[in-house]
Design a protein around this ligand. Structure first.
Ligand SMILES: Nc1ncnc2c1ncn2[C@@H]1O[C@H](COP(=O)(O)OP(=O)(O)OP(=O)(O)O)[C@@H](O)[C@H]1O
Length: 318
């Protein structure tokens, strides 16, 4: 029995003579958020399409919810929910009617559910803050409302794995936060989220693990903090009470950069607990005590630039 919601091994995909995915491997534990990042054209959508059974891979194995995407596409489809790309919202219907239609189209749902169809619709409208707009035509909805409705419709079928394609693109900060809260609630319920986003702060905020795709290969994988620690720029900063202490510390920590006015010392480090402990031990052994101590890591934009050679601004400017 595996606890991986998604397991990808040696995934390859070519279009004509262009290799878009050149043997990628990753695993997504159930009940976590995984975010795939990469510059435009890196193959993110292609990966999502393979995982959601829309595109056939040319090599490798992909299991989603324990099923092989090629051999058991139907079983995969019934375990997943996909939002974003194929705006499922029908503009001729109201929000309530859209949700009701989804309930009607999801017979398995009504069989297992203890609450009535009407209640499912009402609960979702409430959860997504769409009660007031429920009986308005969705053509009048803002982009944020439409995205929320789209995700609400996906939840009707109670999917255990959800593919969220750029869920907050173009949303105002408040709607963005609402989306983030909903994602966290879903994960707390054990749902697995596969997130694509152009906002690295969103991946940083939500993802348990991130993989960076570049030129058909995964160039890095890890938690947001692990990725940030991998690139240069991570350092530990100490502030001392006196110039003498600063002198003494600088002498025993080679490679450090000092700021005599601020009485601070900047020491390059991977900022892992082991290295930080070693630094503190060295100060301690020399009888030095810093007044202040902080760890500085680059943000995901720095990571993205270092790994792909692309600025995130280019990613946003589609
Ligand atoms: N059906 C197709 N036929 C031919 N080439 C394709 C097809 N679909 C995608 N590609 C090519 O595969 C590459 C990867 O595309 P994909 O859409 O997966 O990238 P992406 O990372 O999702 O990019 P973006 O961030 O721009 O959406 C691109 O060079 C694209 O032109």
């Amino acid at each position: 029995m595996t606890t991986s919601a998604i397991a990808v091994t040696g995934l390859r995909k070519t279009f004509g003579d262009k290799t878009v995915l050149d043997g990628i491997d990753f695993e997504v534990p159930a009940g976590t958020v995984f975010s795939l990042l990469g510059p435009n054209g890196a193959g993110k959508t292609t990966t999502v399409n393979v995982l959601t059974t829309l595109t056939k891979a040319d090599g490798g194995t992909v299991r989603v919810a324990g099923h092989d995407v090629a051999a058991e596409a139907k079983a995969v489809r019934s375990a997943i929910g996909v939002t974003g790309q194929f705006a499922a919202v029908d503009e001729l219907l109201t929000g309530r009617e859209n949700l009701q239609l989804m309930v009607d189209l999801t017979p398995a749902r009504s069989k297992t559910s203890r609450i009535g169809d009407q209640q499912i619709v009402d609960n979702l409208l409430e959860r997504f803050d769409l009660v007031e707009a429920a009986d308005k035509n969705t053509a009048t909805y803002s982009g944020g409302m439409r995205r929320k409705l789209d995700l609400a419709m996906t939840l009707v079928g109670d999917p255990r794995i959800i593919f969220l394609d750029e869920p907050t693109t173009g949303l105002d900060p408040r709607s963005r936060r609402t989306m983030w809260t909903i994602v966290r609630e879903l994960v707390a319920d054990g749902v697995t989220i596969f997130l694509t986003t152009q906002y690295l702060d969103e991946a940083d905020e939500l993802a348990d693990r991130i993989a960076v795709l570049n030129n058909g290969q995964l160039v890095a994988q890890g938690t947001p903090d692990e990725l940030k620690r991998q690139i240069p720029g991570t350092h530990v900063r100490f502030r001392f009470g006196t110039a003498e202490e600063l002198d003494a510390a600088a002498a025993i920590l080679p490679g450090s950069t000092r700021d005599d006015d601020a009485l601070t010392l900047r020491v390059p480090s991977d900022a892992g607990t082991k290295s930080v402990r070693a630094l503190l031990d060295r100060l301690d052994a020399a009888g030095l005590d810093a007044d202040e101590f902080s760890v500085h890591t680059p943000d995901l934009d720095d990571v993205f630039l270092a790994l792909t050679g692309h600025d995130t601004a280019e990613v946003v400017a589609k």
